[in-house]
Ligand binder design. Structure first.
Ligand SMILES: Nc1ncnc2c1ncn2[C@@H]1O[C@H](COP(=O)(O)OP(=O)(O)O)[C@@H](O)[C@H]1O
Ligand SMILES: [Mg+2]
Length: 256
């Protein structure tokens, strides 16, 4: 392992019932890399992200992030806690606390998990709200925020945990185009700050412009892993070619 490598997943397998969803995946990510995962619905993209932070246990394989390591054969609680502390995930549906303000959604974990005082947590919360462009929404409840604003609170909440790797699972897929754009804009800023990111996305323009590497996942296998300029102009695998052609057609039909 070279010292730039921050995440290594080896031989990750997962089945639900008899349905093999991940078929022994290997993934190595360097510090500061922006890795985008693309692929058809049902390919296993969400499942892979959920394995990386041990939201769900793989049947086989191991994961290392920084100095945290777990093998699915012998996971220990202490190791699971250590691994989870390395990542923060931004979900497709924002999963904000409905009864907490934007600020409180961000500071909750800082106070409850990291043991900060309210004053210390509020200071960080205010900085992060500014970073995602929502200082003026500090005291609003989620029901008063647009989907894009809620998702930006979700991103600020994830950033508050100071993760080594951020995981994004289709963070814009339930948003109208202009709201998606403001979220993608925030993600681009975070990417430029040097954060290591693994992002599942159908926003091909974002994937193309921001990724250092693109993985094409299909039926539980990584069929291709290449820089965006290669994937989008000369994909090696026929399945990748078909997938990208279809996604261009649906973009055209959507008028974008
Ligand atoms: N909790 C679960 N129980 C049973 N099957 C699941 C579960 N989660 C995912 N699956 C199945 O695993 C496959 C991959 O799902 P998913 O990782 O969500 O794909 P993607 O995110 O690429 O659309 C799908 O066939 C899905 O139905
Ligand atoms: Mg998914």
């Amino acid at each position: 392992m070279d010292d730039k490598e921050i995440l290594k997943a080896s031989g990750i397998e997962k089945a639900y019932g008899g349905n093999l969803v991940l078929r022994g995946l290997d993934l190595s990510v360097s510090k500061g890399e922006i890795v985008s995962i693309i692929g058809p619905s049902g390919a296993g993209k969400t499942t892979l992200l959920r394995m990386l932070n041990w939201l769900e246990r793989p049947d086989r394989g191991s994961i290392r992030i920084g100095d945290a390591y777990i093998d699915a054969a012998s996971p220990e609680k202490r190791q699971v806690r250590a691994l989870r502390a390395k990542t923060a995930m931004v979900f497709q549906h924002y999963n904000l606390f409905r009864n907490k303000t934007a600020l409180e959604n961000i500071t909750e974990a800082l106070i409850q998990v990291k043991g900060m005082t309210k004053k210390e947590a509020d200071e960080i919360g205010d900085e992060l709200l500014e970073k995602v462009g929502l200082s003026d929404k500090r005291n609003q409840y989620p029901s008063r925020l647009s989907g894009g604003q809620q998702q930006r609170v979700g991103i600020a909440r994830a950033l508050a945990l100071s993760p080594e790797v951020m995981l994004f699972d289709e963070p814009t897929s339930s948003l109208d185009p202009e709201l998606a754009e403001e979220v993608l804009c925030v993600m681009t800023t975070i990417a430029a700050s040097g954060m290591t990111m693994i992002t599942v996305s159908h926003e091909m323009r974002f994937v193309r412009n921001v990724s250092s590497r693109v993985l094409f996942l299909d039926d539980g296998n990584i069929l291709e892993s290449a820089p965006p300029e290669v994937i989008f102009t000369a994909p090696a695998h026929p399945r990748t070619q078909v997938f990208l052609r279809q996604s261009r057609l649906s973009d055209l039909n959507a008028g974008s």
